[in-house]
Each structure stands twice: as structure tokens, then as C-alpha cells.
Write a protein that binds this ligand. Structure first.
Ligand code: 13P
Length: 364
């Protein structure tokens, strides 16, 4: 029976699903380059560079121009507001630069996390006020997809029911507003890797969180074919003493997804969550080789795991531009192959390839 009050027209649905499928076409994933100005301050200070608008522009130009060599592996790039309106050295907007390579521009639209009073340090994510108007403007300015990050944490007492329900609902409300503006929502309920918990506990919590998210998306009449999911991989806590193989991580991750994510969702684009560049590629590869049936594209939407070696190689020096670009290209190639289960770790690591990128209580 058709929906009594259809939220989207047939044309809107077609546009949303076309965009989502384009981003996660075989061997393609997402470059998350939407670090807020505050997060960029931390990245820049790690290489001793001032966090000025010009340095941010120049650094991102390295990444975006580097996509020329790996456009078969980058389906979308998530921008921060400032970046959506910046240009390269030749006066070409970044939006045009990447669109001309067949890459879909996206935009981070959440406004960061705020405390949920009465919980053990849990949060929700703000930014719904005015979101409809912002989405309408971003769509006009070239963005075809968006990202909204919610954060949950695993401790003996969390995530609480309140945090799970509130974050699921805010993600659904955001997704609804995006779809009304023909913007594909990336739904990101990130469960932080902080903690001593084991793989099983992460899997259990991931299943509970994702089940709540898909119930909320259904309640809000979200058209799943025009969405993408950006979850954490199921991994042991950062401080867990037991080590697991990538095959175990892959099995736990795919099992959790199969129990909770409808096959109508075109793609699952994992965040890297503090894994090293190599780990993130190896685990994504194992996920794609997992022998269970997987009805969605399983690919990357990495920030740190695509950028760490490039950032280090650049270190704010103009004459390191080519070296930095080469590092980015290497990671994009590795992850593009991993998204098809074809990555073979070469041992030819980049400047930061094996380095843990874990940040306690990571903000974005
Ligand atoms: P990481 O890959 O660095 O975890 O970040 C991806 C992202 O976009 C988090 O919202």
C-alpha cells in the first residue's frame, strides 16, 4: 500500500538513490576532509604549522588535486563549510575541481556534540535549527550528500538507553531534512574505540545502536535507498589486552551489520576511528573477503587513515607538495583495492602507515 503522505516524489527518490550508488560504486569510497577548524588546529599543531585559513586551503588542495590519480577510488569528498567555498591556486573552486573528476561533493552539517545532562558523560549532536535552510543553500552550492556524526561510548554503564534513543532520533531527523533537499544523508553513529572492552562487547553494543538507528529511520519515513551508513568497524577497545585477527574483526563487523542494516541501504562507509593507515586498509579488505553474504557495498570514509602520512610528508612545506600527494595516492589506492577485497599489504609503508592514530574521546 502506498504511503498515505508520501515524503518524497519518485524523482527525488531516483536522484537520491543515484547519488548514493555513485559514491559507493565498486572500488570507490569517501575521503573525509571535513575536520572542523578546531580539529584542524590539532592536525596542524602535530606538524608545527599555524592553523590559518591559507594553510588549511593549501593542504586540502594537495589532497583534492591528488585525486586526479585515484579518481577511480574516490566516490565522494566530505567538505567542511569553509572548504566548500575555497578555490585552488588557479581560481577553480574545489567543488568544480572534484566534480570534473566525477567525485561527488559532500558537506558536514552537524555542529558538534553537546553533553546529555544526567548521563555518565554522554552526548548528543546539535545542528537541527536552521538545517533545512542550510541544506537548501548547500545543495545550490554543489553538495549532493551530507554527514552528521553522533558519538556513543562504551563503559560499564554506557551507552545508556537515553543516549541510544536520542542519538538515533537526531540522526533520523537530520536524514529527513537532508532528503527533503535531495541531499543523501550519511548516517554516522560512531561508537568510540576508547575502553578496555573486548570484541564481543563492541559487537553487542554496535548491534543495539544500529538497530535503534534503523528503527528511528523507519519512524521518520527515511528512504533507505538514498542513504549511506557510516559506522565504526567492530573492534576491541583501544586498551583491550587481547589481540584479534583482522578476520575476527571482519566476522564480528559483518555479523553485526547483517543483523541490523537493511539490504536496501546501498553502502556502508566505515570511519577509521584511530586505526593506523595499514590496519584500516587490512581490516576493510578482510571485511570484503568475509565469507558471509553482504548485500551492501562495504567501503571507506576515512579521515585520519587517508591523511596521516600525507599530512606528515607535507609538514607545511611547499616543496613537499608532491611527496604529500604521493602518500595520499598510496592510501587511496590501498583502500580502493580493499573495498573490493583485493588489497595485498606490500610492506611499503608511508610516513605514518603503521602509526596508531588513536585520540582519546575523539572530537571532529
Ligand atoms: P576517521 O576516519 O579519522 O575516524 O574520521 C572519519 C570521520 O569523518 C569521522 O566523522
Amino acid at each position: 500500500m502506498p504511503h498515505q503522505y508520501p515524503p518524497l516524489t519518485t524523482e527525488q527518490k531516483k536522484e537520491l538513490s543515484t547519488i548514493a550508488h555513485k559514491i559507493v560504486a565498486p572500488g570507490k569510497g569517501i575521503l573525509a576532509a571535513d575536520e572542523s577548524t578546531g580539529s584542524m588546529a590539532k592536525r596542524m599543531s602535530s606538524i608545527g604549522v599555524d592553523n590559518t585559513e591559507e594553510y588549511r586551503r593549501y593542504y586540502r588542495q594537495i589532497l583534492f588535486e591528488g585525486t586526479e590519480q585515484v579518481k577511480q577510488h574516490i566516490g565522494g569528498i566530505i567538505f567542511f563549510h569553509e572548504t566548500l567555498y575555497q578555490k585552488n591556486d588557479h581560481g577553480v573552486t574545489f567543488v568544480k575541481l572534484i566534480k570534473d573528476k566525477g567525485i561527488v561533493p559532500g558537506i558536514k552539517v552537524d555542529l558538534g556534540v553537546v553533553p546529555l545532562a544526567g548521563t555518565n558523560g554522554e552526548t548528543t549532536t546539535q545542528g537541527l535549527d536552521g538545517l533545512n535552510e542550510r541544506c537548501a543553500q548547500y545543495k545550490k552550492d554543489g553538495a549532493d550528500f551530507a554527514k552528521w556524526r553522533c558519538v556513543l561510548k562504551i563503559t560499564d554503564t554506557t551507552p545508556s538507553r537515553l543516549a541510544i534513543m536520542e542519538n538515533a532520533n537526531v540522526l533520523a531527523r537530520y536524514a529527513s531534512i537532508c532528503q527533503q533537499n535531495c541531499i543523501v544523508p550519511i548516517v554516522e553513529p560512531e561508537i568510540l574505540p576508547d575502553g578496555t572492552h573486548d570484541l564481543k562487547r563492541c559487537q553487542y553494543i554496535t548491534e543495539k545502536v544500529l538497530a535503534a538507528v534503523y528503527k528511528a529511520l523507519s519512524d521518520h519515513h527515511i528512504y533507505l535507498e538514498g542513504t549511506l551508513l557510516k559506522p565504526n568497524m567492530v573492534t576491541p577497545g583501544h586498551a583491550c589486552t587481547h589481540k584479534y585477527t583482522s578476520e575476527e574483526i571482519a566476522m564480528a563487523t559483518v555479523t553485526a551489520l547483517r543483523r541490523t542494516v537493511p539490504p536496501a541501504v546501498p553502502g556502508v562507509t566505515f570511519l577509521s576511528g584511530g586505526q593506523s593507515e595499514e590496519e584500516a586498509s587490512i581490516n576493510l579488505n578482510a571485511i570484503n573477503k568475509c565469507p558471509l553474504h553482504k548485500p551492501w557495498a562495504l567501503t571507506f570514509s576515512y579521515g585520519r587513515a587517508l591523511q596521516a602520512s600525507a599530512l606528515k610528508a607535507w609538514s607545511g612545506k611547499k616543496d613537499h607538495t608532491k611527496a604529500a600527494e604521493a602518500e595520499f595516492v598510496k592510501r587511496a589506492q590501498a583502500n580502493g583495492l580493499a573495498a573490493e577485497g583485493k588489497y595485498v599489504a606490500s610492506g611499503a609503508a608511508g610516513a605514518a602507515a603503521g602509526q596508531s592514530l588513536f585520540v582519546a574521546g575523539h572530537a571532529y
